[in-house]
Design a protein around this ligand. Structure first.
Ligand code: IMP
Length: 180
């Protein structure tokens, strides 16, 4: 792959991700036993995580996607969230599980959680593969977290920098030269 010299280090390996997702899948299976949640993947970053997570979940689920934009081509949040693609299912009275790649400021998920409540979902929970707790601007309750990571810009396993690096198998730290 081009630009691999801009990868500083591997933060979470493919093997670690696989193992953690299996644990989260078991937990979600147990928690939602007898129910059929709507699992909402937040595009684009969450699609690889969602695909791997759901194959570890032994439940009937409905899957849908939303696309929201909060980042341009840089590495810091703009603070406003725009719905680029909305759901095609009605969440009224349903158990909703939002699946996200990473929680940074928390603004995206706080907004999405409110939106699902406004649309009268019965319950709303969140799973994120990664969380950067030190970057939070708003508190958001995330029930299923893969890994808490330090304040570094990460790429791979669905996460991009300027639309690149999504298909790296490991989660890696982007070298600062890439954006400074
Ligand atoms: P938040 O609204 O600030 O929590 O931002 C969440 C979104 O920002 C994620 O869905 C990602 O698209 C993006 N993001 C935040 N940190 C990173 C990172 O380290 N790498 C890639 N994308 C990131």
């Amino acid at each position: 792959m081009e630009h691999t010299n801009l990868i500083k280090a591997t933060l979470v390996s493919e093997q670690q991700i696989k193992q953690r997702i299996a644990e989260l899948g078991k937990q979600i299976t147990a928690d939602y036993k007898g129910r059929r949640p709507i699992v909402i993947g937040v595009l684009k970053g969450a699609w690889i995580y969602l695909a791997d997570l759901l194959r570890e979940v032994d439940l009937d689920v409905d899957v849908d996607f939303m696309s929201v934009s909060s980042y341009g081509s840089g590495t810091s949040t703009s603070g406003t969230i725009t719905i680029v693609k909305d759901l095609s299912v009605d969440v009224t009275g349903r158990d909703v599980l939002i699946v996200e790649d990473i929680v940074d400021s928390g603004l995206t998920l706080a907004r999405l959680k409110d939106l699902m409540r406004d649309r009268n979902a019965k319950s709303v929970e969140i799973s994120t593969l990664l969380s950067k707790p030190s970057r939070r601007k708003v508190e958001v309750d995330v029930k299923y977290i893969g890994f808490e990571i330090p304040d570094e810009f990460v790429i791979g396993y669905g996460l991009d920098f300027d639309e690149k690096y999504r298909t790296l198998r490991d989660i890696c730290v982007l070298a600062e030269e890439a954006y400074k």
